[in-house]
Design a protein around this ligand. Sequence first.
Ligand code: B3K
Ligand code: ZN
Length: 853
Amino acid sequence: MAQVKAKYLKDYRAPDHTITQVDLSFVLDGANTQVTAVSQVRRVNDTAKTLVLDGESLTVSQLLVNGQAHEYREVEGQLHLDTDLASFELTIVTQLDPQANLALEGLYMSDGAYCTQCEAEGFRRITYFLDRPDVLAVYSVRIEADKAAFPYLLSNGNRVDSGDLGNGRHFVCWQDPFPKPAYLFALVAGDFDLLSDSFTTKSGREVALQVFVDKGNLHKAHHAMLSLKKSMAWDESRFDLEYDLDIYMIVAVDFFNMGAMENKGLNVFNTKYVLADKDSATDEDYHGIESVVGHEYFHNWTGNRVTCRDWFQLSLKEGLTVFRDQEFSSDMGSRAVNRIHAIKVIKNQQFAEDSGPMAHAIRPDSVIEMNNFYTVTVYNKGAEVIRMMHTLLGEQGFQAGMKCYFERHDGQAVTCDDFVAAMEDASGVDLSQFRRWYSQSGTPELTILEAYDADKQAYRLTVSQHTPATPDQSEKLPLHIPLDLELIASDGRSLLSQVFSVTETEQELVFSEMAERPVPSLLQNFSAPVRLKFDYSVEQLIHLMRYASSEVAKWEASAALFSQAVWGNVEHLKAQQSMYVDPRLVDAVKGLLLDEALDKALLAEVLNFPSLNTLVEQVGQVDLDALAAAREFLIEEIASGCEDELVARYRELASQDDAGARALKNACLTLLLQMSDAHQVLAQRQYEQANNMTDSLGALAALNQEASQLRDSLLSDFQQKWADTPLVMDKWLTLHACCPGEDRVTALRELTLHSAFSFSNPNRVRSLIGAFAAANPLSFHQPDGSGYRFLTEAIIKLNTLNPQVAARIITPLIQFKKFDEQRQKLMRAALEEILALPDLSKDLYEKVSKALA
Ligand code: B3K
Ligand code: ZN
């Protein structure tokens, strides 16, 4: 493969030239699309003699400097142009073929519409440019295309002109008054259904809101529109941030590499995060739409108005914006349940990333392919780092920090350090040690020991922190860890609730006047993204489930109780002893099922016992087969111990029409079906009577835990019903991908030929192949290696088709260190095969070479 070089944060240099204004003109004409870019270039480094522009897969047909032809060289995918002018106008005309662009980066076609994706470095596939986020220019855009096929021609900012050109062609001109980096540029041309609305900002400005969807889908756009209006209102009330243009557009496209993109004034979305009605979308889909619409909207301030100096600073906008979208969801719905979902992402996925070959800090030090760093670490751990600052500063201090950040940096491209400095200066809280969270990778372990001195009535916690070395970094320093804890008396009274700052390698917390040994609720609300090591007894955990003030702490206690019991049985299996379930555990679950006052969505979270992936994440090395057996045994025992209560609760919930009730009902159903086939009839009835997708899919998912005739027949009924709705067929593909069974791969290979599947659409690939590798660990890790083979074949195909998607779905294959020797050998062999590909993409090269290093 071609030489690949890593880029380093330490090598950052301000640009020699900048571009202040660019006028783009697109003549959209299938394979012969022409782009003219007229840039006003200014030299910022007086000694610079060469302008170096980025470009990829472009054909230049003309290049002028101040209207005169000028010499240039193409050097390793860049364009070099010698000049010592202090400022000049640069005109470049390029040709490109959007139809041939299957990587879905730059200008490409999605189902007959033109659209763009420029973040991180896609603009260089549109024209030669200073494609770096610290070059901010004012854009004007003219788009010309066939009028019948492309009645809507959209770009950033405000529409300033339009007209007919004869020959059935027309044009539209756009102007974006806000200077922006190239990654926020967008263009869309196509024929859509349009949902229009408006929002009046708090200062009284009227903003036109438009959601564009594929023809025939207008009725599915309302939830996205409602979510947008809620987001706009929320950002005003909670963050005092108002929208700044006269129009906000969202376009939903079917071919998209990720969830959505925050281009200034013109968001492009994956249909998955726009389209919903209750027949075809689950409650979870509705929630996902609200959160992604919010996320992209919130970027308008955290990302667009203030952007990143360089891509190493990605968490500046992503961590902060995830934090903001999480807060939005929590203010709109259940704070506890939202927090639990966020915690699960960290514990299941981020901890896995941090203990694998791709471990990196939330501000990475080196990058080969930037697209590989849109990770759970940068996004979700990044959001936890922001949340910790929020915890340390409080809402008021944090908001003062935000205000200071915008006052200092509006219109600039800045660093994570600039953000922390604003927080620090506005609040007076010293964050110097805290900054290490930005540069240090790996998951800290927080070990806590307790001691009680009855004579002195003193309770002591000894807290120590240690971050294991990661492949990218051997030395680790102590971090500033906010430790939120509650002490609870034996009668359930809360004795103390407080956030402590842990800053030393080891430190002690002593609590006096403790008449008895309290039960500690540690790391409440997951106050830091660390692994907590505390040797809880069964009684202590049950006490927390009953009395902890925080609902999240109750859930944490239940999950810990369950995990401990599973690991206990894994030991029994190893010692060839029979497995065992503590009756107190069954009683605790029964107690929760009988507690009508408990929030239903929260109880559903408790009953969705830790998944195999969650459990795998808790240890360094795993015997997957023993773990799966122990987990299944425990669930079956709990379910049979609570069978009557589960059935009663299920029946009572059947007629209730709210998301919490549906979540709990489906959790009960899943447990009942795992316990016995006799309950299949409940699932069948639920499927047949369902008037919404959450109920239909809940029934299918519960049945999908085991092969059965009923499962097969309902799945084929589902397929017939939804054959014409790709987003629902994705759910069908995922059900197939996640069904257990030794010969899953044969069935899945056949499904890759099914008309519902296509390698060129990322949603289809993620739903079938991605879901199989990430969410069906037992089939993926079949000892014969068939799961690895299947994934590898798909990756080899995607390497040339869509490298970004290939590099995303490879994740479970590079995290092989936890598995036994035989499996590791097979996984490594698969990776060797990929590494040897003659045309290996940078995206895959970076991940595979690190995994094999
Ligand atoms: N900023 C985009 C992600 C771009 C991914 C590029 N590979 C979406 C978001 O985080 O809002
Ligand atoms: Zn984002």
